[in-house]
Each structure stands twice: as structure tokens, then as C-alpha cells.
Design a protein around this ligand. Structure first.
Ligand code: TYM
Length: 327
């Protein structure tokens, strides 16, 4: 039997190259060897949204990105979290096993509480438990994520261990699967790339928009003038060349160090690399966008297939927890 992979992402609309390099390319690769379940986590999104008016559009945009990137609904299950409501029941049950102290120590909780002090809601504290419910509902063995999600995954593993200890072996301990670029920094060169920091480049941006965004990127701070030699090892633009201009990375490194190329040239090369790498993706996306009904049919079918597994797991959990008399 093939092992199962699960991953999720918040419907933040158009995905950025950080999501792509850190996670989506792995989703696509893993389809060949695993049974994959990919989930658009709309309930998680509610923990930080000020308004839900764009939620449906964001789900649509994100689905387009996933499909255009190569997630294949014939091979994988692609669905929206709230369309399989069993996850909320499992979330509640797992909440009874999870000490509050664990949750208050999670770094992303502390960061979100700092970023939105006016809205430190109950869902935000329970965020990792809902994530554990996502992963456990499908009895997942492996979870492709970027580095920022590792503390959450560790929490899932703790919850799995606790459940198995109290109620008997039920769930596998899921392993994280990182890409070679598990942390993509944003254009500001400091924070991870993310929409909430507005330091990102959207996969679906036009070539012109991509160039404009790349132009705003921070480079080596010690390189003040065109003729100063650069230090690629501290330059964020250079780190993106590794992914988008793999073949010319050595040459760019050498040229930067002797001021053979300046930051402006280097950024142009990066934008070209990104635009070349995403050319086919963008064409596929534009084609998919023309048929929204096809996209919604894929999500409906995904929810139906996910629901079958979810119901089975939940019935087993309720039996083990003493909530039902019969399987
Ligand atoms: P989210 O929506 O923030 O991000 C989706 C995926 O993209 C990765 N990622 C990055 N990787 C590298 N560099 C970056 N700058 C970068 N930005 C984003 C994330 O690590 C993630 O893998 N809590 C999750 C969603 C979730 C989930 C799950 C994930 C809910 N349930 C169960 C795995 C399993 C989140 O907010 O991801």
C-alpha cells in the first residue's frame, strides 16, 4: 500500500514563489510515489482575516495556481477544508488531549498575537490542533511543508503520540518533507516571503510586474556603489538565482564578487529567470481560469473522496475514545 501525504495552505489568493519553492513543487513531485491529499484550509484562514469578502475568490485563485503548477486531480485529492466538516469534530476531540501550555508556546502563535493584538482569538490558539486534525484525519505519513511549519508539525507528532498512548495505536507519526529551499526570504531580505509582509512575488504576476517587484528587492547591504565588489552569500537576490538560474549561478557569483555585474543587471537576470521558469505555468493558469465550473467540479470531487476517508477515521476515533458502542 502506498503511504499517504497530506498538506494544506491558507487561501491567501495568488500564491507566491516562496510557497512554490518551499512547498508546491514538492506537492507535485510526491504525487508519483504517494497517495496525496492537498487541502485549501479556509477555516484556518478565518483566524487572521479581518473580512471574508474575498475568501471565495482567493480559494479559486489558489486552486488555479495549484493545478497550473502540476497538482493533478486524477492522481491527488484536492479539496477545501470546510467541505469535509469531520475535521471540526476531530479538532474538538483532539483539543481535549492538548495541554494549553503547549499551544501558548508555539512561535507562530506568539508572532500572530504580536501582529494582531486586537484579535487574539480562540481559533488562533487552537490553530496547531486544527492542523493536527487535518493531518490525522487522513492518517498521513508525510507532510510537505516549508520550514516555518515545522513547529506545527512537531505539535501534531506530540498529539499523535499522546493519542496512541492513551487510546492505543491509531495514527502514524507524520514526517515533515522539506524541499532544498525550505525558507525563502522576502524581497526585503529579512522576513520569510509572505503576503502579510508584502515582500512577495506572485507566481501569476506578468513578466513586467515580476521585473518591477524584483527591482524593489534588497541586495548586499555592503554594496553601496556599482563598482563595489559584492558578497553573494549575503544577498537575497542571489539566493533566488540558485532556484531560477541554476545553470548561471556560478557565473553570477563570480561576476558579482569582482563587480563585473551590478545589482541592477543581477535583478534583470533574476526576473528573466523567473519569467522563463514560470512561462508554461502562466499559460496553463490562464487556460484553466477560463472554465471556473471545471475548477469547482474538481474541488467537489476532491471533497467527496476526502470525505470517505474522513468518515472512516472519525468513526474509529470515536470508538476508541468511548463515544460510540459499535464501529
Ligand atoms: P501557509 O498557507 O502559510 O503556506 C503554505 C505552504 O507554503 C510554505 N511557505 C514557504 N516556504 C518557504 N518559504 C516561504 N517564504 C514560505 N511561505 C510559505 C509553508 O511552509 C507551507 O508549507 N499552517 C499552514 C497550512 C496548513 C497545513 C495543514 C500545512 C493547515 N493545515 C496541515 C500542512 C499540513 C499554513 O499556514 O501554510
Amino acid at each position: 500500500m502506498r503511504q499517504r501525504v497530506f498538506s494544506g495552505a491558507r487561501p491567501t489568493g495568488r500564491q507566491h514563489i516562496g510557497n512554490y519553492i518551499g512547498a508546491i513543487q514538492n506537492y507535485v513531485k510526491l504525487q508519483e510515489k504517494y497517495d496525496c491529499v492537498y487541502c485549501i484550509v479556509d477555516i484556518h484562514a478565518l483566524t487572521t482575516l479581518e473580512s471574508t469578502s474575498e475568501l471565495q475568490q482567493n480559494i479559486f485563485e489558489m486552486t488555479l495556481d495549484w493545478l497550473a503548477a502540476g497538482i493533478d486531480p486524477k492522481k491527488s485529492i484536492v479539496f477545501v477544508q470546510s467541505h469535509v466538516p469531520e475535521v471540526m469534530e476531530l479538532f474538538t476531540l483532539l483539543g481535549m488531549l492538548t495541554p494549553l501550555g503547549w499551544l501558548l508556546r508555539v512561535p507562530t502563535f506568539k508572532e500572530k498575537a504580536r501582529m494582531q493584538p486586537q484579535n487574539v482569538n480562540y481559533g488562533l490558539v487552537g490553530y496547531p490542533v486544527l492542523m493536527a486534525a487535518d493531518i490525522m484525519l487522513y492518517k498521513s505519513d508525510a507532510v510537505p511543508v516549508g520550514e516555518d511549519q515545522l513547529p506545527h508539525l512537531e505539535m501534531t507528532r506530540e498529539i499523535v503520540r499522546r493519542f496512541n498512548f492513551i487510546f492505543g495505536d491509531t495514527f502514524p507519526e507524520p514526517q515533515a518533507k522539506l524541499t532544498n529551499y525550505p525558507l525563502v526570504r522576502g524581497l526585503d531580505g529579512g522576513q520569510k516571503m509572505g503576503k502579510s509582509y508584502n515582500n512577495h512575488i506572485e507566481l501569476a504576476a506578468t513578466p513586467e510586474e515580476t521585473l518591477e517587484r524584483v527591482k524593489t528587492a534588497m541586495t548586499d547591504p555592503a554594496r553601496q556603489r556599482r563598482n563595489d565588489p559584492g558578497h553573494p552569500e549575503v544577498c537575497n537576490v542571489f539566493s533566488l538565482h540558485h532556484f531560477f538560474n541554476e545553470e548561471s549561478t556560478k557565473e553570477i557569483d563570480a561576476q558579482c564578487r569582482v563587480a563585473g555585474i551590478g545589482c541592477v543587471d543581477c535583478k534583470k537576470l533574476l526576473a528573466e529567470g523567473i519569467n522563463n521558469a514560470l512561462h508554461d505555468f502562466r499559460e496553463r493558469r490562464a487556460a484553466l481560469e477560463k472554465d471556473p465550473e471545471h475548477i469547482y467540479a474538481i474541488l467537489d470531487d476532491g471533497a467527496r473522496r476526502a470525505g470517505v476517508i474522513a468518515k472512516q477515521t472519525l468513526a474509529g476515533v470515536k470508538l476508541k475514545m468511548g463515544l460510540t458502542r459499535h464501529a
